[in-house]
Design a protein around this ligand. Sequence first.
Ligand SMILES: [Zn+2]
Length: 87
Amino acid sequence: MSPMRILILGALFYFLYRLLFGPAKKPVSQEPSTDEDPDRDVLVEDPVCHVYVPQGQAVAAKKNGQTFYFCSDKCCETFLSGKDTTE
Ligand SMILES: [Zn+2]
């Protein structure tokens, strides 16, 4: 092996090294910690069957500009079809 080849190989290894370890500041975890919504655990009352469900899991529907939450799609449909007896 000629000395020239060793030099080229050395340069190659150097560039490889720079490629792998060059950018020292590597973003490990850039996930914003806004995952936890404080409203998710708020209990809301289903106006149809009067069951309390966490807002994050509830089925939301708007009626007359107000947002209502339901335990299931069935309750939501019942409410929107006007069979609600509480009003
Ligand atoms: Zn319900």
